[in-house]
Design a protein around this ligand. Structure first.
Ligand SMILES: [Zn+2]
Length: 260
């Protein structure tokens, strides 16, 4: 996970239709607040044609460099990906296995700052409706509540610096200083799932080779120097925000590709 710089330019479809939809949901909630809070009543629908509009998705793809905001996989060549709600719109779970709490963060369903591009596995298999808080009693239950009073456990890469919470030993993620937020994020997003770890391992080995090539002793051998220049280009690109698994490679470079 790396920092996501969300543009202040809210996509027009969210600013217009999204605002209308939000007002409709809020007024429906106000008419039947007790029923919504007890779970007796639910919202009929959230319009994916609005929050998942092509223009929204394209802006997310551009700002996140086509990578999943949770696992940093570049998946756009094989999957469409999801427009994921950081605070889940339809219901919430404090912990895996909990009954779905209602209502969800319905007033944020069309909120630009609540939307991220995610791969389907992170969103649909792992994070789903999980939104654990340090202080579950302070959970915002409607648009009248203050979400700023919440202390979310899952790292929000648009607000937090993910590197303060999650780092890597080679391809394995760990919570920095054993932080609860790091652990919760790794678990909720499945950043340590086997297939993803395996994919990162292969990539780590390639970049390690580039790193070693860059750090070969100086030589008069032109072939070696050519390879070094080529390896330096690969290494330099691998730490950019545009690169897949940049957070892992940044940690590896800092550790000089030794396991610390
Ligand atoms: Zn993902």
């Amino acid at each position: 996970m790396i920092k996501v710089n969300k543009s202040a330019d809210v996509p027009i479809v969210l600013a217009r239709q999204g605002a209308t939809e939000r007002a409709r949901l809020c007024s429906e909630f106000e008419r039947h607040a007790a029923d919504f809070l007890s779970g007796a009543r639910d919202f009929a629908e959230f319009k994916s044609s609005v929050y998942g509009h092509k223009s929204v998705k394209e802006q997310l793809i551009a700002e996140q460099h086509g990578k999943c905001f949770l696992c940093e996989s570049s998946f756009r060549h094989v999957a469409h990906g999801d427009v994921e709600h950081f605070r889940p719109k339809g219901g919430f779970q404090q912990a895996d296995g909990d009954a779905l709490g209602k209502p969800g963060y319905f007033w944020l369903a069309y909120d630009w700052h609540n939307l991220f591009l995610s791969c389907q596995i992170c969103n649909q298999t792992f994070k789903r409706n999980l939104f654990p808080l340090y202080n579950p009693q302070a959970r915002a239950r409607s648009h009248a509540a203050d979400t700023n009073a919440e202390r979310p456990l899952i790292v929000n890469p648009a607000i937090d610096d993910p590197q303060k919470y999650i780092s890597f030993r080679a391809e394995m993620p760990y919570a920095v200083r054993n932080s609860r937020r790091g652990k919760a994020t790794i678990e909720a997003a499945g950043i340590n799932r086997g297939a993803l770890v395996g994919r990162r391992r292969d990539y780590y080995q390639l970049i390690k080779l580039a790193y070693r090539t860059v750090h070969l002793p100086p030589t008069a051998d032109l072939m070696v120097e050519e390879n070094r220049a080529f390896a330096r280009t690969i290494l330099d690109q691998s730490v950019l925000a545009t690169a897949e698994y940049a957070s892992m490679i940044r940690a590896a470079v800092k550790a000089r590709f030794r396991i610390v």
